[in-house]
Structures are given as structure tokens and as C-alpha cells.
Design a binder for this molecule. Sequence first.
Ligand SMILES: Nc1ncnc2c1ncn2[C@@H]1O[C@H](COP(=O)(O)OP(=O)(O)O)[C@@H](O)[C@H]1O
Ligand SMILES: [Mg+2]
Length: 232
Amino acid sequence: MSIIEGTPAEALYRLDGVTRTYDAKGRKVTPLTGVTVEIGAGEFVTIQGPTGGGKSTLLQLLGALDRPTAGSLILAGTELSSASNAELGRIRAEDVGFVFQGFNLIPTLTARENVAMALVPTKTPVPERASRVEEALAHVGLADRGDHLPGELSGGQQQRVAIARAIVKRPRVLLADEPTGNLDEEMRDEILALLESLCADGLTLIVVTHDSAVAKRAHRRLRLKNGRVTEV
Ligand SMILES: Nc1ncnc2c1ncn2[C@@H]1O[C@H](COP(=O)(O)OP(=O)(O)O)[C@@H](O)[C@H]1O
Ligand SMILES: [Mg+2]
């Protein structure tokens, strides 16, 4: 059985003219000036572009952490630009897994407890949670490391725990911001192979990366420059 929830065949994301303006101390910054792109269910897409180009801003919008200032952003049929805070919260809890460059694990919790945290805001029945956590840890090759604290694991293993935490909720999409940025080449290749295997199981992957070795493996490479997205 796949760990990934079934995804619809139509576009998972449909973005049309997505604009995001920040008001930073009276000075307006507009990292996204009209992003128009579709991403299909099951795709592995990378996003490259200059530092400060709006990559993290775009990922936050895709992850329902933030709303566009203008434009339309539809995830699985839901318009996120006009969704209520409660609806955005539900989407973050159920539909979106996040992975970051710095792993963002809670240092005082074990690997198992870090993964279990992701199920707290979901509707997963409590009696099912422990087995779901073990299944996710096994999926990333850490079945025997559940009791370890993050500080007792290598960088690659910590990122595996973070991936387990992202997939335990069976999201529609995994959003990763420079997931291999803190890893050496060998660990990067391990994480890349793991992400590819999740995609082969049907998970949509959207990965921001500076690493051309990562981008080379994508189905589609997008570039974010001057506030807009183009295909590479
Ligand atoms: N919360 C915020 N408030 C004000 N400006 C922001 C905020 N987040 C990002 N920015 C600005 O938006 C631009 C894009 O940032 P970001 O999306 O982090 O770029 P990237 O991830 O491509 O390096 C930068 O100029 C950054 O300073
Ligand atoms: Mg960034």
C-alpha cells in the first residue's frame, strides 16, 4: 500500500497572475509580480532563481502559510487567495508537507515524537497515530532510530526525520526549501533518491534548490526571476 493519498489527475496547482507585495517599514517590496503556472499531480518540479528572487515567498503561498496580494492560486480546486484562515489551517495540516534546509526538528523531542507532532492538528484517529508514525519512519529508512534525539543523528538522518514528519499526514504535496543545502554530496544523493521514490509513489514534489544536481533530476525546472516564473 502506498503511504501517499490518491491525487486527482487534473492540475494540482493553478496559479494565475499571483502577486505578493510586502510592506516593509513603509517601503513596498514585490518579489512576485504575476506568477502564472500549473503544476500537475505527481510531478517533480524544481524552482531555481537568484537569492531574494521570491522562491521562499512562492513556497509559502503554495503551502497556504500566506495569501497572494493579487491573483488566483488554486490548490486541488480550493481558491487559497480568498479561503478563510480556518480553511488555510486545515490545508496546512492535511494537504501540505514542508521540508526546510535547516531540518527544523524540535531538539528536545525524539525522532518519533517529532514525526508524531505533525498528526496533532489532523483528524487522524488517536489509536492509529503510533502505527502511522512507525510506518513513516520505516519509509525513510529510520525504523530503528525512533528513540534518538535529533542531536544524535547525522544531517542526512535528521532530514529523513523531517521528511517522515512531512509525509506522515499523507499530504497531496511536499514543498521543500533547499532540502539538501546543509548536506554533503553523499547525503544529498540519499535524500534525492528518497524524494524521487516518494514521487514515484504518487507524491507531488516542489523543490526550491540552488543545486543543479537536484534540478537535473526534476521532471520540470522552473526559474523565478524578476517576479515571474519561466520554464528552463
Ligand atoms: N515577511 C517579509 N516582509 C518583508 N519583506 C519580505 C518578507 N519576506 C520576504 N521579503 C522580501 O521579499 C524578497 C524575496 O524574498 P524570498 O522569498 O525569501 O527570496 P528567496 O527565497 O528567493 O531568496 C526579498 O527582497 C525579501 O527581503
Ligand atoms: Mg529562500
